[in-house]
Design a protein around this ligand. Structure first.
Ligand code: XMP
Length: 318
């Protein structure tokens, strides 16, 4: 019978045997999957696990600093790398969603590769890949259920990184990953975090990316997510976030006519991200959130709520 405890025990034993005294490098994303994978490996091989956490400039507000602290608190051997400007340069002027993903994937691999070369004699690359990632990237190779978006966190390893791959969560679904994390004592806040895409806010800023657009979206997202937490709605929702639309609309403030950005809020219920329904968030909550966003975030004068389900819409807008 599968239980989180027996999974941890067997996996840690298996990892010890497989890896021995070799060094392993792992990219932390701030999400549940890579964190649980890291803690499992840390149990098995301790300081021989080298974690790298890259700031791509596309994370949520304050996320890099606060998550890095949590990792250190967990005792992980982790290095935070500020690569914001590299990502922004690679994205400059790029409007095409798939090209944005590819550009981000490429810079990530470059940065990660550079960092792994600094670890002497590293032999393994660990990844927090879970079962749905495996299926989605297999179906991307053809067949009727073709994936429409390239997920940069599966495959795509450059040849020059001659590392063996270890993926301890490869056979688990998300809820199992959470149970495993819980059985290893990870805190509920960390385990309950909504999924967040690898390309981050870049695929929630429709059109080209600038540091200023990222800042605006971070503020909007922060108000929405903190509001969900304060209203005890965060855990009811599978994933939520805000989207910066490439649309300006007319508004009025005092006697002045404004012409500013519109943002969309998105919150969905799902079990695995493959299908999703939009959440019927309370009107009072939406009203309060909309007011707060428009009052506090300079440059935004309109908020809309996305009421599309997947399929035929996707969770992200790009
Ligand atoms: P879609 O938009 O395809 O999203 O309905 C399904 C789930 O996948 C996440 N997502 C991504 N995750 N890299 C990722 O790591 C990506 O390029 C990517 N695109 C979408 C999305 O946030 C949702 O949880």
């Amino acid at each position: 019978d599968w239980t989180p405890n027996s999974f941890v025990e067997e996996t840690v034993e298996g990892l010890k045997e497989k890896i021995g005294n070799d060094k392993v490098v792992l990219g932390l994303s701030g999400g549940v999957d890579s964190t649980v994978a890291a803690v499992l490996l840390h149990k098995a091989i301790g300081k021989n696990l080298y974690c790298i956490f890259v700031d791509n400039g596309l994370l949520r507000k304050n996320e890099f600093e606060s998550v890095l602290k949590q990792y250190e608190h967990l005792g992980l051997n982790v290095k935070g790398v500020d690569a914001k400007n590299k990502f922004y340069s690679a994205l400059e002027g790029e409007k095409d969603p798939e090209k944005k993903r590819k550009a981000i994937g490429k810079v990530f691999i470059d940065v990660f590769d550079e960092e792994s070369h600094l670890i002497e004699d590293v032999k393994w690359l660990a990844q927090g890949t879970i079962y749905p990632d495996v299926i989605e990237s297999v179906s991307a190779t053809g067949g009727p259920s073709q994936t429409i978006k390239s997920h940069h966190n599966v495959g795509g390893l450059p040849d020059y990184m001659k590392l063996q791959i270890v993926e301890p969560l490869r056979l688990l679904f998300k809820d199992e990953v959470r149970r495993v994390g819980r059985s290893m004592g990870l805190n509920e806040e960390l385990l309950g975090r909504h999924p967040f895409p690898g390309p981050g806010l870049a695929i929630r800023i429709l059109g080209d990316i600038t540091a200023e657009k990222v800042r605006i979206l971070q503020e909007v997202d922060y108000i929405f997510i903190e509001g969900l937490k304060k209203s005890n709605l965060y855990d009811e929702v599978w994933q939520a976030g805000a989207i910066l639309l490439p649309v300006q609309s007319v508004g009025v403030m005092g006697d002045e006519r404004t012409y500013e950005q519109a943002v969309a809020l998105r919150a969905v219920e799902s079990t695995d991200g493959m299908t999703a329904d939009w959440c019927h968030l309370p009107y009072e909550f939406l009203a309060k959130t909309s007011n707060e966003i428009i009052n506090k975030v300079k440059g935004v004068n309109r908020v809309v709520y996305d009421i599309s389900s997947k399929p035929p819409a996707t969770i992200e807008w790009e």
